[in-house]
Design a binder for this molecule. Structure first.
Ligand code: PLP
Length: 469
């Protein structure tokens, strides 16, 4: 064990035993370094580690503080290694019936796929929409349908550049949300009957797209912290004629896993060796809580093998349906397929987002959004620790607005959903995230809504229901 790991464990023990209380400041780096006889860099590394474990949190210009849930944290899930599974996909019925049951706007929306609309600058966006449509030369309404809004393309390319990814603008195709981008990418590189490597658990719409295109899933397990199991993936690529890989390397839905830079690089090298294209779903890219934004696998792409899909749905403008793909060597095919199917996302919606990105203060909005989501994550973790059985496990993502819970073995999350709905609470049950209907005792809960008494009460009720199994 390295010195900083040992020091981090000592601080964690002080938190666990209540010497350091939730909300309390941990010793400053200078103070800790002097008092405990360790170098400032050791203290920094230890605090980064504790931050990563979700136990402490930096406040701008004030230092590090113990997080609210930190005293009695629930353990993280420990997904045991298992081989890949190849399967036909037949989940749509289940997914639609579950999603249908989540629509009631009066429920506590733990099952929702979106954060609260209150967290988005919708009024400011509306002004951008009005302004840009008023100023739009008539000719552009038609010409931009085929090529995409040039200001929006430039703004997206700039954001890639600032994030360390140099992209020629010709690689970018604007789409109707990331969902269209992902669909197009998969259609460009597969034929019905092909095998596609996906994550287990995976975003349920991934499973539905495979089902619709009559593709077979090779489910590769995902570790809640490290991301997709590279050994299992390597083995599958060596032994199966896999035509594409579709995954999320950062803030994976539903586990929240983010791969390290080194593992992203390994993943790229592996796929490159087999010349298997990667469809990288990165819709939560902007919702990180870490100091540095996570970089996509796309940042390692040397020969256009990675199709990187993004969206404004989760970070700025849900309902505007504007996403994109940086399509690498497949960009032209993707663009043509888009023209043959939907032609173009709405031109006014593109113009509104382009205007907002130029003048609306996107980065300021994102800082506020990330802060709200991080606070709400802490509140949900603390509440779960208070009300759920102590053997419950929960992920600790470094961003986004989902937590993945693993309840005791006997809990059936599909039944739990029915019990919860009857009490006005929704949740996303584990089996909708798997082609093989695993994760029966698991559920994904959304903390993207302002935390209040109703949320706390709902967690208490859920806890009672879980204990009743
Ligand atoms: C993992 C993931 N990918 C893609 C999408 C779709 O994004 P969009 O709304 O931009 O189509 C979602 C939305 O729920 C998602 O969670």
């Amino acid at each position: 064990m390295k010195r900083y790991e040992k020091f981090a464990d000592e601080i964690a023990e002080l938190i666990r035993t209540g010497v350091l209380q939730p909300g309390q400041k941990v010793p400053s780096v200078r103070h800790a370094s002097r008092t405990y006889g360790v170098s400032p860099s050791t203290v920094f590394q230890a605090y980064y580690l504790l931050e990563d474990r979700g136990l402490i949190q930096a406040r701008p210009r004030s230092g590090y503080f113990v997080r609210e849930h930190a005293k009695r944290p629930l353990h993280e899930p420990d997904i045991s290694p298992r081989p890949a599974e190849t399967t036909d996909v037949d989940v749509s019925e289940l997914v639609f019936s579950v999603l249908g049951s989540l629509r009631d706007p009066n429920t506590v929306p733990f099952g929702s796929a979106f954060p609260s609309a209150d967290l988005f600058p919708l009024q400011r966006l509306a002004r951008s929409m009005a302004q840009s449509v008023r100023d739009m030369p008539v000719r552009e309404v038609i010409s931009e349908m085929t090529s995409g809004n040039p200001d929006l393309l430039r703004q997206i390319a700039l954001r890639y550049m600032v994030g360390g990814v140099m992209l020629p603008m010709e690689e970018l195709v604007i789409t109707t949300g990331a969902m269209e981008a992902l669909n197009l990418c998969l259609q460009v590189v597969t034929e019905p009957g092909d095998l596609v490597a996906i994550e287990a658990p995976a975003f349920y719409a991934t499973l539905q797209v495979l089902e619709r295109l009559k593709l077979k899933a090779v489910e590769i397990p995902v570790h809640p912290r490290e991301g997709i199991d590279l050994e299992v993936l390597a083995d599958s690529l060596a032994n199966l004629p896999i035509k594409a890989c579709w995954l999320m390397s950062s803030l994976q839905n539903p586990l929240g896993a983010s791969m390290s830079e080194a593992r992203k690089q390994q993943l790229y090298e592996l796929l490159q060796r087999h010349q298997v294209p990667l469809i990288e779903d990165d819709v939560y890219a902007e919702l990180y809580f870490t100091r540095e934004p996570p970089k996509p696998v796309k940042s390692h792409d040397r020969d256009g093998l990675v199709m990187h899909c993004g969206s404004f749905s989760k970070s700025l403008a849900p309902g505007y349906r504007v996403g994109w793909v940086a399509g690498g060597r497949y960009a032209e095919q993707i663009s043509r397929l888009k023209l043959m199917t939907t032609i173009s996302p709405s031109v006014p919606a593109q113009a509104a987002i382009a205007d907002y990105l130029q003048h609306g203060g996107y980065d300021r909005h994102l800082r506020k959004l990330r802060h709200a989501l991080e606070m709400q994550q802490g509140a949900m973790l603390a509440s779960a620790a208070r009300h759920f059985p102590a053997s419950t496990r929960v992920t600790r993502p470094s961003g986004g607005y989902f937590l993945w819970f693993e309840f005791p073995e006997q809990v059936d999350s599909l039944q739990l959903l029915q019990l919860a709905l009857a009490q006005g609470i929704s949740l996303a049950p584990g089996p909708i995230f798997s082609a093989t209907r695993r994760y029966r005792n698991c559920a994904r809960l959304n903390h993207g809504h302002p935390w209040n008494e109703r949320s706390e009460k709902a967690m208490e009720l859920l806890g009672r229901m879980i204990k009743s199994f």
